[in-house]
Write a protein that binds this ligand. Structure first.
Ligand code: ADP
Ligand code: ASP
Ligand code: MG
Length: 406
């Protein structure tokens, strides 16, 4: 007998037919004697629809009311799924975040889970009841509903698995595992049987939406055994594991992309101490994250150009903040561009192999793709390129690193 958390994403609970198929999966584990806790997302497309209601009112909305609106998608799917389970003969009840409670901090719209009270859930699971918990939502210190950021049901599931000391957290989705690249873009992408936490963390934070970054962070910290698998088929998925569990490590394990990037270039910025602080200080105060940065040293003139990237959604605000400080910063011109994409290659094998970045640069050069910004860390290389080249770049890099399925 095992204790399992099974999380079903939007496409897995998209309609009654899908819910019935998924309920059979829960029932199979339940009938075999396992203790199962279910976490559900909103039905596919629902959260986007709810976000649109909020955005229609205006761009500068109260995040607490945003949370009230968007959390409702999970309330519906949890209730309907509990009914479907009951009809299949499995005793089940729905739980909203505040009912568990899933306690979070007060950062509405992107809250972090701080604690989950499992007392009542434990008692009921011991009595052979299946809790169906709303993913994505919790309750803040202000006693109001919070949400965890898009894709946050993954994090709800991992946090619940940690709190319940579950043997495994299974993330059921519409692909049968973690691939070397998004299989919807690179047809030759290969499914990985195992991936290390560290690589999965990089892949998620660099754009692979198959798992929310915080879910991976939390699983790594809490030692939750995590599996990504399909709710449509019965094949084994991808296990996210510690480095000691991976026998043969490839140099590169994946290629990712993120379209949620925008570039700002400040032309002819004075080259003197304090200028970078003068630019990035106000951005930080406005809660705008800056990702990649390049600055040239000024060779002869006393000015230089400075380029950096922010999330696309933050571009307008970032431009406004910088413009407000124009006199103090003293740049000649500000150019912004949202038609960019960040493409990254990731692998722990990079630590011991030279030439990984060079292969990336030469592969893109062969395709005539210009690199605008580069950034590296111990286990990844990222480049910013024009958005129209996304598919071409991903496929070329996937082939160049020998990742194509045979
Ligand atoms: P869910 O609604 O089940 O949470 P998501 O849409 O959030 O599903 O995540 C699954 C999607 O992630 C897949 O449909 C796939 O297109 C995308 N994806 C991106 N990168 C990868 C990758 N490296 N491996 C697998 N899927 C990926
Ligand atoms: N329903 C939420 C979203 O679409 C959470 C999730 O699906 O993980 O972002
Ligand atoms: Mg998801």
């Amino acid at each position: 007998m095992a204790r399992l958390v099974q999380k079903f994403g939007g496409t897995s609970v998209a309609n009654l037919e899908r819910m019935e198929a998924v309920a059979e999966r829960v029932k199979r584990a339940y009938d075999a004697g396992d203790e199962v806790a279910v976490v559900v997302s909103a039905m596919a497309g629902e959260t986007d629809r709810l976000c649109a209601h909020v955005e229609a009112v205006g761009p500068l909305y109260d995040a607490r009311e945003y949370d009230v609106v968007v959390a409702s998608g999970e309330q519906v799917s949890a209730g309907v799924f509990a009914l479907v389970l009951q009809r299949a003969g499995v005793p089940a009840r729905s739980w909203q975040g505040w009912q568990v409670p899933v306690k979070t901090d007060g950062a509405h719209g992107k809250a972090r889970i701080v604690a989950i009270d499992t007392g009542e859930l434990n008692r009921r699971m011991a009595g052979r009841e299946v809790p169906v918990v709303c993913g994505f939502q919790g309750i803040g210190p202000d006693h109001r509903i919070t949400t965890l950021g898009r894709g946050g049901s993954d994090t709800s599931a991992v946090a619940l698995a940690a709190a319940l000391r579950a043997d495994r957290c299974d993330i059921y989705t519409d692909v049968d595992g973690v691939y070397t690249c998004d299989p919807r873009i690179v047809g030759k992408a290969r499914k990985l049987d195992k991936i290390t936490f560290e690589e999965m963390l990089e892949m998620a934070s660099l754009g692979a939406k198959v798992l929310q970054t915080r879910a991976v962070e939390l699983a790594m910290k809490e030692g939750v055994r995590l599996q990504v698998l399909s709710s449509f088929t019965d094949v084994p998925g991808t296990l996210v594991v510690g480095e000691d569990e991976v026998l043969e490590q490839e140099v590169i394990s994946g290629v990712t992309y993120s379209r949620d990037e925008a570039k700002i270039t400040l032309v002819r910025v004075p080259d003197r101490p304090g200028v970078a602080a003068g630019i990035f200080g106000p951005l930080a105060e406005a809660n705008i994250n800056v990702d990649m940065i390049v600055q040239n040293v000024a060779a002869e003139s006393a000015t230089t150009d400075l380029t950096f990237t922010v999330r696309e959604a933050d571009l307008e605000r970032a431009v406004a903040v910088i413009s407000q400080h124009r006199d103090r910063i003293g740049y000649a011109d500000l150019r912004s561009d949202a038609n960019v994409v960040k493409v990254s290659v990731i692998g722990v094998g990079m630590r011991s192999h030279a030439g990984v970045a060079q292969r990336m640069f030469s592969t893109l050069a062969e395709k005539g793709i210009n690199i605008q910004v580069i950034s590296t860390s111990e286990i990844k290389v990222s480049v910013l390129i024009e958005e129209i080249y996304t598919e071409l770049a991903l496929r070329a890099l996937h082939t160049a690193y020998g990742l194509d399925a045979t």
